[in-house]
Write a protein that binds this ligand. Structure first.
Ligand code: TRP
Length: 436
């Protein structure tokens, strides 16, 4: 594997990993899932999931990738012990990435559409603004066109490679996203709904928490941290030399969680100031933010910048999703990166059309919701569980410690990865399939 492309710098790796982690999951999904599950009580559960499961599994994934220097399928084969087919975990990961990107690209397409509308500026009543979203959903050709645009863009960036494509793009876009988000927070705190929003986000009301909330918290934390399907294994495989994996994982998870929380802090004041429903569901950011933009001075410019940056956050995440499949094809079948990209890009594009046509459904559930459910509720936790088991039980302690270190914190993380994370993931999974 001497020809393997590697990150140029540690910071480049962190920013690329943050680029993968920070995406629609933080800005689009997190706020509406919080809204649906009653606010702050859910955030507590979410934080517990990040600490007890997210960070340990992040360490594990980066470790597996760095050590093996391979795509997820090859990486699990690398740690093969006994007769169990470890590589199946890698195959499931590749498939999961394909499924997620197929609908992720459609949602990124919505962002593109809103970006275009922002150039003209949003105006009209709240009802009129929320109708934009309904209309978009009802227009399949427009969704397919944007989905195509997104896939072509992602393929074009990734064609340039790890260092010149992924790393370079992340290094510019991530800091910009942070700055803009902070500016929006500063604006949102001046709104009349800020008090209600703060209350909603920080005073727990556990009566709103259902058993399903735990599942959703774990699934969402996995989703926003890009875990459970080998994305971080793939990014870890482009690392070499001396890197503090534990520290990197904590940094990545902290930035990711902070950005999710800040997105909530931008969105909920607007929701409460305008008497909108916090549990509006997937349309939340598309219906609420444009209302803010239509009212605020200079809103026009801010909305262009905001949707552009959400778009970039989504693109850096989409890149990591397709990179898993591409690195798999390149490593395993020894084809060129370009060929692998065209094949995988086409497969994902075709699958995405199912989600782009919102009227197509399975027993009343749209493909987008169905794929999201399959991937984030079943495949990611199951993938995480298998990854933790392989790490905990098939890799020797000496081997782990040489890479992860033996400080008290590292030891605690190794303990969590071996005992706590798998048990929680298993419980959540069994609950999801209705076993108790
Ligand atoms: N983490 C991204 C987000 O929050 C989405 C994502 C990128 C992802 N790569 C992933 C989710 C791998 C799960 C697995 O939007």
């Amino acid at each position: 594997m001497s020809s393997r492309d590697h990150w140029k710098s540690k910071l480049g790796f962190i920013l690329a990993a943050v680029g993968s982690a920070v995406g629609l999951g933080n800005i689009w999904k997190f706020p509406y899932v919080v809204g649906k599950n009653g606010g702050s009580a859910f955030i507590f559960i979410y934080l517990a999931c990040v600490i007890l499961v997210g960070i340990p599994i992040l360490v594990v994934e980066i470790y597996i990738g760095k050590k093996s220097q391979l795509n997820p399928v090859g990486a699990f084969r690398f740690f093969q012990k006994g007769k169990l087919p470890f590589s199946l975990i890698g195959y499931a990961g590749v498939l999961c990435g394909i499924i997620i990107l197929s609908y992720y690209s459609v949602i990124t397409g919505w962002i593109c559409h809103y970006l275009m509308l922002s150039f003209r500026g949003f105006s009209g009543t709240e009802t009129e603004i929320s109708e934009i979203f309904t209309d978009l959903n009802a227009t399949p050709w427009l969704n397919i066109a944007w989905h195509t645009f997104v896939m072509v863009t992602v393929v074009a960036i990734i064609a340039k490679g790890v260092r010149n494509g992924i790393e370079r793009v992340s290094k510019i876009l991530m800091p910009l996203l942070g700055i803009l988000l902070l500016m929006l927070v500063c604006y949102a705190v001046t709104l009349s709904g800020m008090k209600d929003a703060w209350h909603f986000l920080t005073y727990p009301d556990f009566s709103k928490v259902t058993p399903g909330s735990f599942l959703e918290a774990l699934g969402t934390s996995f989703f926003t941290l890009s875990l459970g399907m080998g994305a971080m294994i793939t990014y870890g495989s482009y690392l070499k030399g001396n890197v503090n994996i534990t520290k990197s994982a904590v940094q990545i998870a902290s930035v990711d969680t902070l950005i999710a929380f800040l997105s909530g802090l931008v969105i909920f004041p607007i929701v409460f100031s305008n008497g909108l429903e916090p549990s509006a569901g997937p349309g939340l950011i598309f219906k609420t933010l444009p209302v803010l933009f239509s009212k605020m001075p200079g809103g026009h410019i801010v909305s262009v910048a905001f949707f552009a940056l959400v778009l970039f956050a989504a693109i850096t995440s989409a890149i990591s999703l397709i990179e898993v499949a591409v690195s798999f094809v390149v490593d395993e079948y020894k084809v060129s990166r370009m060929k692998a990209l065209v094949i995988m890009g086409t497969v994902i594009w075709l699958l995405g059309i199912l989600s782009a046509v919102s009227s197509w459904n399975v027993a009343g559930t749209s493909f987008l919701d169905l794929f999201d459910k399959i991937a984030s509720c079943y495949m990611l936790p199951l993938g995480g569980l298998c990854t933790a088991l392989v790490f905990g039980w098939a890799i020797s302690n000496e081997q782990k410690k040489s890479e992860i270190g033996s400080s008290a914190f590292s030891t605690a993380l190794l303990f969590a990865a071996k005992y706590i994370s798998p048990v929680l993931l298993l419980l959540v999974f069994l609950k999801e399939i209705g076993l108790f």
